[in-house]
Design a protein around this ligand. Structure first.
Ligand SMILES: O=C(O)CNC(=O)[C@H](CS)NC(=O)CCC(=O)C(=O)O
Length: 277
């Protein structure tokens, strides 16, 4: 059974430092036997909104995916990574890039749902200030682990997208994330387990953790792997000081097929009564 590694780390505004953290995680995960490594959202950099356009346009940011892809090839692992992809008018796409073990980009998913919230108690983030929303939901990508459906962070709150991915074949859903501490404490595990149970998919959720140097942001962490029954089968430690780390699980598709046969949700939907989502 193929082993998946799901990472947890603390990105800063230094793209070079973040690249070296990613490279070393790939090396460690590959030597632990992982066939694929899942890096969090914004693993190229996390910086104050005002600095995002210049950082995203920098040479280091533009070569980040190619450098990680080189490491993927060197270590023979697939990689999913969340990065800033420079777009138009000083805004970027928030993209989950999937690279195969030959270092070839297999898919780029641009985050559909942007985190524009103003929650009483202080949490105000306007992701659309720096980010262009994606327009497409690419089909799941066949991989040695199974069919991978790409999502990102806040997307986990929109079950329609997860159901659409399952409908066209996903067996694994990825949610590279940088959840806030407040919303994470309330909803992170609940949402990930709910999406696993709704779709009967494996859920791989890499996460940013802790205080990001050079920015006011603090991320919730708790990177985890949820099986299609909704059990949390692996989780990264929450002990401080945070170090780049990963958790692993065997991605068992026999377990998934058995579950889908025992509880055939997709044959039981009453789309004669309500609209298919
Ligand atoms: O902006 C970057 O550099 C990286 N992107 C993020 O951190 C994004 C947008 S601000 N974070 C989330 O979507 C958190 C969602 C969340 O916390 C929730 O749904 O509760």
């Amino acid at each position: 059974m193929p082993l998946a590694a799901v990472a947890q780390l603390t990105s800063s505004a230094s793209i070079a430092a973040n690249l070296s953290a990613a490279q070393s995680l790939l090396k460690r995960a590959a030597s632990a036997g992982a066939r694929a490594v899942f890096l969090p959202e914004a693993c190229d950099f996390i910086a104050p909104a005002a600095d995002v356009p210049a950082l995203a346009a920098s040479a280091e940011a533009r070569s980040f995916v190619a450098e990680v892809a080189k490491a993927a090839k060197e270590h023979g692992v697939w990689v999913s990574m969340g990065v800033h992809e420079m777009g138009e008018e000083k805004r970027c796409w928030n993209t989950n890039v999937l690279v195969d073990a030959q270092g070839e980009v297999r898919e780029r998913y641009r985050k559909l749902h942007l985190f524009d919230v103003d929650i009483a108690g202080g949490l105000k983030i306007l992701e659309s200030g720096t980010t262009i929303p994606g327009k497409q939901l690419p089909a799941a990508v066949p991989s040695p682990l199974g069919q991978i459906g790409l999502q990102t962070c806040y997307d986990v709150r929109f079950p329609e997208a997860a159901l659409a991915l399952r409908r066209q074949g996903a067996e694994i859903l990825t949610y590279p994330s940088a959840f806030t501490v407040r919303t994470g404490a309330a909803h992170w595990e609940l949402l990930l387990r709910a999406r696993a149970v709704d779709t009967q998919c494996w859920v791989l959720a890499a996460a940013q953790v802790g205080a990001h140097p050079g920015s006011k942001r603090v991320s919730y962490g708790h990177a985890m792997i949820v099986d299609p029954w909704g059990s949390v089968v692996a989780q990264c430690p929450d002990t401080q000081p945070y170090e780049p780390t990963f958790c692993v699980a065997d991605i068992d598709l026999t377990h998934l097929s058995k579950l889908r046969a025992e509880m055939p949700l997709w044959e039981q939907r009453r789309t004669d009564v309500y609209a298919e989502l």
